[in-house]
Write a protein that binds this ligand. Sequence first.
Ligand code: FES
Length: 121
Amino acid sequence: MTEVFVANVDEIADRERRVVAEGNLEIGVFRLGDEFFAWESNCPHMGGPVCQGKVMNRVNEVLDDDKKSRGFEFVEADVHIVCPWHGYEFNLRTGMHPGEPSTRLTGFETVVRDGAVYVRV
Ligand code: FES
């Protein structure tokens, strides 16, 4: 296993990322609060560069008792990455597609040591 330097912790703001390359792999390392999550930038849909996508909260449609739409809301607890090719979304903490949990990103372990972030490949 190889440990790849990503960045100093203070160089990655909350909800920001760094994308690093190691061999044939491209890996996106995302910060959420004090935690870091690393995913291969290879979308399970058609191989798009998913880690280059937009980071946004999950959107939830609000329905009334008659199942009529009352608009949309952002879900603060669920932060997603949106693949730039066709818009598939994945939870940044779990790597899972919200509608099909078996469709998921390939993850890597992250390590924070001496003020720096590393990913284990
Ligand atoms: S390749 Fe990512 S949504 Fe199609």
